[in-house]
Structure formats: C-alpha cells, structure tokens
Design a protein. Structure first.
Length: 258
C-alpha cells in the first residue's frame, strides 16, 4: 500500500525576508508590533534593520531618552531550517539598551530625521537567514510613478499562519527624483497600517524574470509609516506611505562604520 506523501510547505522566497518584531517592555510584556529584515554587512555580519521610531517608541523621532512607550527589547521571530519541511520559527529577544542604559542599536549619527535603525544580531544554529541584497545603483532607473510595489510586513501584528508576513500591494505615487520633504524618501499609494513599520519594499522590474519562481522582485527601500495631514490630533491620511530609498539606508550603515 502506498504511503501518503507529506506535503512540504514552501513560501515565496521574499516571504522569508520580512520578520515579525514584537516590542517588549522591561517586564517582557508586549507593547507593540513592527516589521524588519536582515542585511549582511561585509566584515560585520548580520544586522536587523527597521525604523528608528520603532526602537524609540516615538513616531516624531524627538525622544532623547526612553519613556513608558519605549520598548526595552525586541522579540524577533526567525525562520528555522526544518529537515522535515515544516514551517518553523524560533524567537530571539534582543535588548535595546545595555546595563548602563546606553542604546545597543544604531541610527544616522548626523541626521536625526532619518527614520532608519539597525542592531547587531546573533545568528543561532538552524536559523534560515534570507538577507537583503542592495541594488541602489539601479534604483533611479527602475522606480518611477506607477511602478507596482509590494510592502511585506505585519499589519497590526497580523500573521499568515504562525509568523509568515502579509503582502500589501500598491504603486509608486510620485517622481522619486524629487525628495519628499527634502529627505531621501519616496511616496507610495498603498493601504498600509500600524505594524508594517520597518517592512521591506520591493518592485518587479520589467523583463526581470526567473523561470523557477516567476517574476524576480527587487528591493527598493524601507517602509516607515503613512503620511498624515494636519496637526497631532488630525486623522487625515491620504493613503500615502513613506519609503526610505536604498541610498539612505546605505548612508546610515556607512556613517556608523558598517
């Protein structure tokens, strides 16, 4: 009698890239969700990249010292290589401050408005790390108004299964040659939400095709939240999201010696 063959679950390659971050207070209670991804830096190993406001607990990036809204640590769910083909995750808790209260993560040392942050990670045995490959040299040539974009993250902490991400799809909403608010940011028209801060953003360049997985998507930036109109109490959101381009991320790494 034939035995029933076990189905091996396989995700889209880029679904392995986006990681679920759970923000914890000093008592390890969950106080929020975010998204992130891993970048490999030559000679420095792997780092986890997300938004500065995620680690600060302040969307305005004005916080000088931790307060009650600031996470004490971040719990990251990493994929595990499972020889049986099961989709498995393992959590790793990473402190955001050392024993003296100094932050253990990095941001742009000269421009406090850059909503980009990263922290060193320890890759444990069995972790299936899918790191981002930077392609900033082709960014200006590939990204233009109307280009379809994919934001891969965890809206309101929502996961597909235990910890796989959700894909949101939209379009580039303005010319990327004009910096938004004089910053290396471009706008996307996409229905995003809380929990997606720190998500990697991809496009599908025309003619870039892989016969095994179909369209090959290319990394174009770091999602950092929605555009809001009016004052602090306003609820006017014109369905536009902000994306920091690869040049700004590379600049943040290099200005920290990475």
């Amino acid at each position: 009698m034939d035995r029933k063959r076990k189905e091996i679950l396989v995700l889209h390659p880029l679904s392995y890239v986006s990681l679920h971050l759970e923000l914890l207070d000093e008592n390890k209670n969950k106080i929020g969700d975010a998204s992130g991804f891993v970048v490999m830096r030559l000679g420095r190993g792997f780092v986890l990249c997300t938004n500065k406001h995620v680690f600060l607990g302040d969307e305005n990036l004005k916080l000088e010292a931790p307060n009650k809204n600031s996470p004490s640590s971040v719990q990251v769910w990493f994929y595990i290589n499972d020889p049986n083909g099961n989709l498995t995750w393992k959590r790793q808790i990473i402190p955001l401050h050392d024993g003296h209260g100094n932050k253990t993560w990095f941001c742009h040392p000269f421009n406090p408005n850059y909503d980009i942050a990263f922290i060193n990670i320890e890759v444990e045995h069995g972790f299936d790390i899918r790191s981002i490959i930077f392609t900033h040299e082709t960014f200006s040539r590939l990204v233009f108004p109307g280009t379809r974009v994919h934001v891969i993250g965890f809206p309101f902490g929502l996961t597909n299964g235990p910890n796989a991400p959700i894909w949101k799809t939209g379009y580039v909403a303005a010319d990327t040659t004009i910096p938004w608010n004089n910053e290396p940011v471009f706008l996307i028209d996409c229905e995003t939400s809380d929990g997606m801060s720190g998500s990697p953003v991809f496009i599908a360049p025309h003619g870039n095709y892989d016969p095994e997985i179909g369209i090959t998507l290319q990394f174009v930036g770091l999602y950092s939240g929605r555009v809001k109109l009016g004052g602090k109490s306003s609820d006017l959101y014109p369905r536009l999201g902000r994306v920091w381009n690869p040049f700004s991320i590379e600049e943040t790494f290099k200005n920290n010696g990475y």
